[in-house]
Design a protein around this ligand. Structure first.
Ligand code: ATP
Length: 313
């Protein structure tokens, strides 16, 4: 555990009011919870990309924040992380205000957000340097993880379902799995081929959970300086995928491959473009291959000490 955030600390709360569950009362409650301990400023985003610019601007000020609190889902967290990456003056606290909220679950499990805020201000939280990744083809910072195949395809189905919360992704993944045709692919870890053949998905991270509920990378350590990758091959019936990955039980299945390394390349081998997402956002201009490189310990974050093992700093 690390010491509490100083009483004289300065907090920037950045909230996306369009994220799945970031309604007005939540935003006000988070601001008030922070203001009870430190000088706090609330910035409500006005458009996609605003969170990155706002945090960069705040960090460049004469009195930058010590704590950046993001209220939103995984896409908003990624935008804030993009603005913070490479700085070490502020630490990030995530408050779940989105749909899947996988980054929050990765750092705090199922604890209510108010407990997380209290833990930071009372010295009960752990400050960790989280590993991130960079996507070589776009230069983007990846926080939660990236996935090809059926998980990326599910994002399109999610847009069309009226459900909210995790149920939205559960329905979207089930629909995507029923329609899925495995693609010819290859996954390379630090220059060595982990798998080549028909592929249902190749997930790289980062975060253990996707869609807030699928334990795709159960072995991932958040601060080990490496990326994990899991490939579900076409040997696994796509319709079985949601049930298998919900519990992490896919790891024992024939046709599932798991690796760990610094540089992971996910390819489609028939020349077609790869369907690919990271942090819950589909990439529009994908090539036939996407490469992730680890950025070890690139982001200072607050986390539950029991969840994010690793050296305090
Ligand atoms: N004010 C805004 N207006 C419109 N879009 C915004 C605004 N602020 C942020 N965004 C965009 O909203 C998108 C969705 O937000 P986010 O991913 O946080 O929520 P979600 O999809 O409900 O949650 P999750 O990713 O956890 O499932 C992000 O890509 C972000 O860039």
């Amino acid at each position: 555990m690390s010491g509490p955030l100083s009483d004289t600390g300065h907090v920037l709360v950045i909230a996306n009011p369009t994220a799945g569950s970031a309604r007005g009362p939540l935003l006000a409650a988070v601001r008030d919870a922070c203001a009870a301990h430190a000088e706090s400023e609330l910035h409500i985003t006005t458009a996609k990309g605003d969170a990155t610019e706002s945090v960069q601007r705040a960090l460049a000020e004469r009195r930058p924040p010590d704590l950046v609190v993001v209220v939103g889902g995984d896409g908003t967290v990624r935008e804030v992380v993009e603005g913070m990456a490479g700085t070490s003056t502020a630490t990030l606290l995530v408050v779940p205000g989105g749909t899947g909220n996988s980054v929050y679950r990765m750092l705090w499990g199922e604890r209510p957000w108010a407990e997380a805020v209290r833990a930071v201000f009372t010295g009960q939280a752990a400050r960790r340097r989280l590993d991130l990744a960079r996507l070589a083809e776009t230069g983007a910072t990846v926080c939660l993880g990236a996935c090809s195949g059926v998980v990326a395809e599910a994002l399109d189905y999610a847009r069309r379902t009226p459900l909210s919360g995790r149920a939205r992704y559960a329905k979207a993944l089930a629909d995507a799995c029923s329609a899925h045709k495995p693609y010819p692919g290859r996954v390379t870890v630090d220059g060595k081929v982990l798998f080549e053949g028909d592929t249902v998905l190749a997930n790289v991270g980062g975060g253990r959970y996707r869609g807030g509920q699928y334990l795709l990378l159960p072995l991932s350590e958040l601060t080990d300086g490496l990326l994990d990758v899991c490939v579900v091959s076409g040997q696994v019936e796509p319709e079985r995928v949601p049930e298998l990955i919900r519990s992490g039980g896919h790891l024992g299945e024939p046709g599932v491959y798991y690796g760990r390394g610094s540089r992971i390349r996910v390819e489609r081998t028939d020349g077609e473009t790869l369907v690919f997402e990271h942090d819950g956002e589909l990439i529009a201009d994908t090539a036939a291959s996407m490469t992730l490189r680890v950025a070890p310990g690139a982001l200072p974050v607050w986390a539950d000490p029991a969840i994010a093992a690793g050296p305090a700093w």
